[in-house]
Design a protein around this ligand. Structure first.
Ligand SMILES: [Zn+2]
Length: 70
């Protein structure tokens, strides 16, 4: 399983379940267990897809909300 979560800086990222720490691009070293998990996925591909969606949700909300109406 892969865990998708967000850094305090707002960036979404994922880590394989069991990973203790994950470093964000902002330089913060996150303890995965202490993060609120947004979603869990089976594969790394799905996890990276979810990260992309969460990034769009934050930075381009309109695009994200219309995507499921197609
Ligand atoms: Zn960060």
């Amino acid at each position: 399983m892969y865990l998708v979560f967000r850094c305090d800086c707002g960036r979404a990222m994922y880590a394989k379940e069991g990973t203790a720490r994950k470093k964000c691009v902002c330089g913060k070293n996150l303890k995965v267990k202490e993060r609120r998990i947004l979603v869990k996925t089976e594969t790394a591909e799905e996890a990276s897809e979810m990260v992309r969606k969460f990034q769009e949700e934050k930075y381009g909300g309109a695009v994200f909300t219309t995507a499921d109406k197609i």
